[in-house]
Design a protein around this ligand. Structure first.
Ligand code: AMP
Length: 452
């Protein structure tokens, strides 16, 4: 008896402890819900990206959000902000060191090698999209969870591909209704020419070290190229006179860059050469680029960026495979769409409402609804309501063209009443003929009713 009491007390104590820890009813800092009201913008981005991927021959691939952490540390680079400061890395219960992906290319390359995709006809073009994670300081357009749409092409060294992926990125942004953007391009060379250039830059930065911010003082030896795109004023001043990679390219990289620019000219793309554009990831070689929003006032945002990574697959243990890719940030695109008042996706709305009256009709209405849906006809309903008046009120509010009324008599007869909401005219139709009749009526009225 005494023991039972003790146990009871203990379990009560436990319950008490659990009860005082409330659920925090908010998203983590830097993360957000994508609510139904915002989905038309997301739908538009999804539709445009998927369509372009298809049109330019990119196949969709999805890889896990969690990978071994060293996939990112080794490819993106130890000295980069993404790896050093922003990675969500943790050890699993099984002792694996893993990380939430901070970008999509590393996982795609891992999958390319793991799944033997090098046997496919080149270039192997892969499209992927999903959330990525960076533990950055949140602000407008900068989140800890954000979505990217990513295009990668493997196995082609020709600079025509560099121009083509920029064309895809540009088309994507244009198709979303964002017309004014600037494309910045640069070449950061290959491991051969970068070595000499890096030494030059390190020496230069060493001579200006006192003028650099704390971060760049450290970067100047670990990752000197990153100093060039530091946003601090004093660092910008130092990098303004720094040696530029395009003046120190080897013959192969110089020709590649020259031909690439010729293709861009051919495409009439609005680009500028930004000799300080280096991108924040170590794996890039030769061509790098970014696309910036055209906001004249306020803060400009990078909408997307990418470049060549000819050495990456080999450095990961795969075959020697040149590659190029880019990613756009979906939230940034949507911010810009809203700023320039670009149109979100407008989903087709139902033109038919189904009303039911009485228990038998109610039971039959679910099946009839599904019959119409199978035939591509969008139907609205309010099955939970009993009175015909209140259902017709909903139908009116939705502005449908036709309302189907299913009562006890119609159900027994195998018919339905079709009411024209504009004229109020009603006709009784056999349920077997309903699909054809609705299609005919709505087509005649020249309205879109079908799922596409
Ligand atoms: P990056 O490879 O870092 O240049 O990222 C590609 C694109 O993703 C950028 O051009 C941005 O549009 C977007 N992006 C990068 N970081 C963030 C972030 N923290 N929050 C929202 N969007 C981001």
């Amino acid at each position: 008896m005494v023991r039972t009491k003790k146990v009871l007390k203990k379990s009560l104590k436990k319950t008490k402890v659990q009860a005082v820890e409330p659920i925090i009813l908010q998203t983590l800092r830097g993360m957000k819900d994508i609510l139904p009201s915002d989905q038309p913008y997301w739908d538009q981005v999804r539709r445009v990206t998927e369509r372009l991927a298809r049109d330019y021959g990119f196949f969709r691939m999805d890889t896990p959000i969690v990978e071994y952490a060293n996939l990112f540390t080794r490819t993106i680079g130890e000295g980069t902000d993404i790896v050093e400061k922003e990675m969500y890395a943790f050890t699993t219960r099984g002792g694996d060191k893993v990380a939430l992906r901070p970008e999509l290319t590393a996982g795609n390359c891992r999958s390319y090698i793991q799944n033997g995709m090098s046997v496919f006809p080149k270039p192997v073009k892969i499209f992927s999209t999903g959330p990525v994670y960076r533990y950055d300081r949140p602000q407008e357009g900068r989140y800890r969870e954000h979505y990217q749409a990513n295009f990668d092409a493997y196995g082609e060294i020709d600079p025509i591909l560099d121009a083509q992926v920029i064309q895809v990125a540009y088309r994507l942004i244009q198709n979303l209704g964002i017309k004014s953007v600037q494309i910045q391009v640069n070449s950061i060379g290959c491991p051969v020419c970068r070595k000499d250039y890096r030494n030059l830059l390190v020496n230069y930065l060493e001579s200006k070290k006192a003028k650099l911010c704390q971060d760049c003082k450290r970067r100047s030896t670990v990752n000197p190229l990153r100093v060039l795109d530091c946003k601090e004023d004093k660092c910008s001043q130092v990098s303004a006179s720094a040696p530029q990679s395009i003046n120190h390219l080897c013959d192969e990289c110089r020709t590649h860059f020259k031909v690439f620019l010729e293709y861009l000219d051919e495409l009439d793309l609005p680009y500028i050469i930004n000799p300080r554009l280096v991108r924040g990831l170590d794996y890039y070689t030769k061509t790098v680029f970014e696309i910036w929003s055209g906001a004249e006032d306020g803060k400009k945002h990078s909408l997307g960026g990418g470049g060549r990574y000819d050495g990456l697959i080999k450095s990961m243990g795969g075959e020697d495979t040149p590659a190029i890719g880019f990613a756009v940030g979906v939230e940034r695109l949507i911010l810009e769409m809203k700023r320039v008042q670009a149109k979100p996706y407008k989903a087709p709305r139902p033109r038919v409402f189904m009303a039911q009256l009485g228990n038998l009709a109610k039971r039959k209405s679910l099946k009839l609804f599904s019959e119409l849906e199978k035939n591509g006809i969008l139907v609205a309903e309010s099955f939970g309501r009993g009175s015909l008046k209140s259902q017709l009120k909903v139908a009116n509010k939705l502005g449908v063209d036709l309302t189907l009324i299913l009562g006890q008599k119609e159900t027994l007869d195998g018919t339905a009443i079709v009411k024209n909401m504009a004229t109020g005219v009603q006709e009784t139709v056999s349920v077997d003929k309903l699909v054809e009749l609705i299609k005919k009526k709505l087509k005649a009225d020249n309205v879109v009713v079908y799922h596409n």
